[in-house]
Design a binder for this molecule. Structure first.
Ligand code: IMP
Ligand code: MG
Length: 180
């Protein structure tokens, strides 16, 4: 599809599945090499990262351990809310190499919060792998170890990402059409 409509917004095709998966393939190679022998615990941040995690992890060579977490926030504010806790992390991460799998880094607040929470449990190291990164939107200092695709600061949906809960299912990524 060239365009999709979700609720009040129109979106145009922006990145095709094939290009997304080539980009994932590239970081998968680097990550496989870097993480060899480290027994990493992959932490997939729900809901957005499920498709990215699926494609990435299929390309990891060694048997991988994967956990799926959600972040619970104090406030309703999506991006600036303080993270209270991580729901669903049952593994003991003390002394382990942890690899966060995220859909998109925008302002960077979510990742900073997540690092703070995980660091309380004394992992050996934490690496961040993100499907998408909007460098121009970044507001905080956070080191991203693996970035599949850099994009401009426009609102997108598809490949796990949603607009008001919808659109995560699309295999391509779509960019919001600005009203003229
Ligand atoms: P950050 O805390 O500002 O870096 O935002 C990260 C979170 O905001 C992501 O995990 C997404 O859930 C959401 N987000 C940021 N940009 C977009 C977008 O363009 N489309 C859909 N969700 C987004
Ligand atoms: Mg997310």
């Amino acid at each position: 599809m060239e365009t999709v409509k979700i609720k009040d917004k129109q979106f145009d095709l922006f990145i095709k599945q094939n290009d997304i998966e080539n980009a994932i393939e590239n970081i998968a190679k680097t990550m496989s090499a870097d993480l060899k022998g480290k027994n990493p615990l992959f932490i997939c941040v729900l809901n957005g990262a499920f498709m990215f995690a699926s494609e990435l992890l299929k390309r990891m060579n060694e048997p991988a351990e994967v956990s799926f977490v959600k972040l619970s926030s104090y406030t309703g504010d999506k991006t600036e809310g303080q993270v209270k806790s991580l729901i669903g992390l049952n593994e003991n991460i003390q002394g382990r190499t942890v690899v966060i799998l995220e859909d998109i880094v925008d302002t960077g607040h979510t990742m900073v919060n997540m690092l703070e929470v995980l660091n309380l449990s004394s992992p050996k190291e934490i690496k961040i792998a993100t499907l998408l990164f909007k460098p121009e939107a970044l507001k905080v200092d956070v080191k991203l170890d693996y970035v599949a695709l850099e994009i401009p600061p426009d609102f997108i949906v598809g490949y796990g990402l949603d607009y008001d809960g919808y659109g995560r299912n699309y295999p391509n990524i779509y960019k919001v059409k600005e009203n003229l």
